[in-house]
Structures are given as structure tokens and as C-alpha cells.
Ligand binder design. Structure first.
Ligand code: AMP
Length: 282
């Protein structure tokens, strides 16, 4: 596995692969890898010849109160995990090489970025879409791999690919979970042992909503009430950023569900903000 830090070096390396007819995939990440990241890397390797994993803690997607400075980092460990997953190139750019001081061009999804995490983290998705657009332009991948764990993010990238005519096959893979149901996340490292015990109850609440949906309940207010109740009742010290049921494609909130939907939550346990979601109706 090559570790590449410079944009020009990456472009040159990939151009050589492309001349030899190799297909290329991109897996954008912020590092501190877990099995969720590894599942994306391995699937990328099954589907394309060359796998590029970008590792960049993107300052543009963090708000002033967010955890940019303390976001967990361990390049040596990440390097070993990526190598084991048969990644070809680990691209580790520096912020000053991606953004000049005079940077002023941004990518924004107007409506999809408004609700859910867009409300509790203003500017977050502008940062995500902008960095992913830059990575797409630098790497020029045939396919790009994202996790369903960040449901709204994946929808925004899907829309961006369509709206900006990127010729990239988007693959969104299922959420990888710990045995007790907790969605794997680099931020789980922040949890104290007591908080870690509470955290799996997020997925339990999402499953309770899915059970209600499967019984035939389609009123969004009833499904959301159930979700909030389960979270607040069961998780000690939980504070909800949001707990909502939305239409799966538009992320709008109808009174009654008529098509596929998603139940999505952001919960603060102590100082750690965790997100998770479950789809309703396959
Ligand atoms: P991050 O490093 O947290 O920005 O995540 C990089 C990519 O991995 C994103 O596409 C995430 O959606 C995906 N991802 C994060 N956690 C998981 C998980 N538990 N299962 C599957 N994919 C994940």
C-alpha cells in the first residue's frame, strides 16, 4: 500500500493505473478505522482494481462547537487496517493543500441538507459535499463507497452526483454494528464504560419503531412519538438532537408514510453525539 500526501503525486499515480486500464474506487473517510470502514474498503476491492482511501479530518464540516481538535487520530493503526483490507493507496492530504486561505467555492444541497443533522450542525453538509466534490475531482473514481450509517450524507452525495453530472457509481453499504447493536463509529471511543452500556439502546429504539411500522402504523407522529419515548425512557442521560421519521428519498416529513422511509436519530450521551438510522419498508 502506498501512502500519498500530495495531490499531484496522487493524480500522477492514478493516471498511470488508468493508462493500464485499471478501474478505480474511492472510499472517503476521516480515519480512526473500524469494521464499518473496513467493510467499505473490502467491497471496493471486490468491485474495482485499485482502491483509494482518503483519510482527512475535514475542518470545513466541523462547527465551532464540534470536536475537530479532539477527533480521534491514529495513522499507524489505520495504515495497518487499510493494508489488511488490501487498500492500494491511502491518501492523507493536509488541510492547507486542499483549501487555500482564499477558498470561496462551495457545494450545497439546498433542501436535503436542511433537516436532521443540517439543523443541529449548520454548515456541516456544505463542508461534506465540498470536500467530497474535491476528492471526486482529484481521484476521478469509477465508483465511490459510503456507509448507510450516515444516511443523510449518502443521500446528499447521491444527489450531488446526479445534479453535477459526475460519472461515478455510488455504492451505499449497510451499517456495521457491534454485537450489541451499537453502530460502529470513531466517536464511540469517547464513551465512558457506563455510557457505552447505554448506547446500544439507540438501535433498540429504532428497532421498536420498525416493529410498529411492520404492524401497519404509517402515521409519522405516532412513529416519532414511539421513537422519542423509547430513547428518553431507556437511555440514562440522553439528550435528543432529533428523532424523526422521514420519507427516504426527499427527506421530507409527510403526515402519513406512503413510500419507503427512514427513522433517524442524533442523541447526545454525556458529551458524545451519536447518530443512527433504520429504514422502514424495503
Ligand atoms: P467517517 O470516517 O466517520 O467519516 O466515515 C467514513 C465512511 O464510513 C462514511 O461513508 C460512513 O458512512 C462510513 N461508515 C461509518 N461508520 C460506519 C458503519 N458503522 N457501517 C458502515 N459504514 C460506516
Amino acid at each position: 500500500m502506498k501512502i500519498i500526501r500530495k495531490i499531484q503525486q496522487l493524480r500522477k499515480t492514478l493516471a498511470a493505473y488508468r493508462r493500464r486500464g485499471k478501474t478505480i474506487s474511492l472510499v472517503p473517510t476521516m480515519g480512526y478505522f473500524h469494521e464499518g470502514h473496513v467493510s467499505l474498503m473490502k467491497q471496493a476491492k471486490r468491485e474495482t482494481d485499485i482502491v483509494v482511501v482518503s483519510l482527512f479530518v475535514n475542518p470545513l464540516q466541523f462547527g465551532p462547537k464540534d470536536d475537530l481538535k479532539k477527533y480521534p487520530r491514529d495513522l499507524r493503526r489505520d495504515q495497518k487496517m487499510a493494508e489488511r483490507a488490501k487498500v492500494d493507496i491511502l491518501f492523507v492530504p493536509e488541510a492547507r493543500d486542499l483549501y487555500s486561505k482564499a477558498h470561496e467555492t462551495y457545494v450545497m444541497a439546498e433542501n436535503l441538507a436542511k433537516p436532521l443533522c443540517g439543523l443541529s450542525r449548520p454548515g456541516h453538509f456544505r463542508g461534506v459535499a465540498t470536500v467530497v466534490a474535491k476528492l471526486f475531482n482529484i481521484v476521478g473514481p469509477d465508483a465511490a463507497f459510503f456507509g448507510r450509517k450516515d444516511y443523510q450524507q449518502a443521500r446528499i452525495i447521491e444527489k450531488m452526483i446526479e445534479d453535477l453530472s459526475y460519472n461515478i457509481r455510488l455504492r451505499v453499504l449497510p451499517t456495521v454494528r457491534e454485537k450489541d447493536g451499537l453502530a460502529m463509529s470513531s466517536r464511540n471511543a469517547y464513551l465512558s464504560p457506563l455510557e457505552r452500556k447505554e448506547a446500544p439502546k439507540i438501535y433498540a429504539a429504532l428497532k421498536a419503531v420498525r416493529a410498529l411500522y411492520k404492524k401497519g402504523e404509517r402515521r409519522v407522529s405516532v412513529l416519532e412519538h414511539k421513537l422519542k419515548q423509547e430513547l428518553v425512557k431507556n437511555i440514562r442521560g440522553a439528550r435528543l438532537d432529533y428523532a424523526e421519521v422521514r420519507e427516504a428519498v426527499s427527506l421530507t416529513r409527510p403526515a402519513r408514510l406512503k413510500s419507503k422511509a427512514v427513522a433517524a436519530v442524533a442523541v447526545r450521551i454525556g458529551t458524545t453525539r451519536l447518530i443512527d438510522n433504520i429504514t422502514l419498508g424495503e
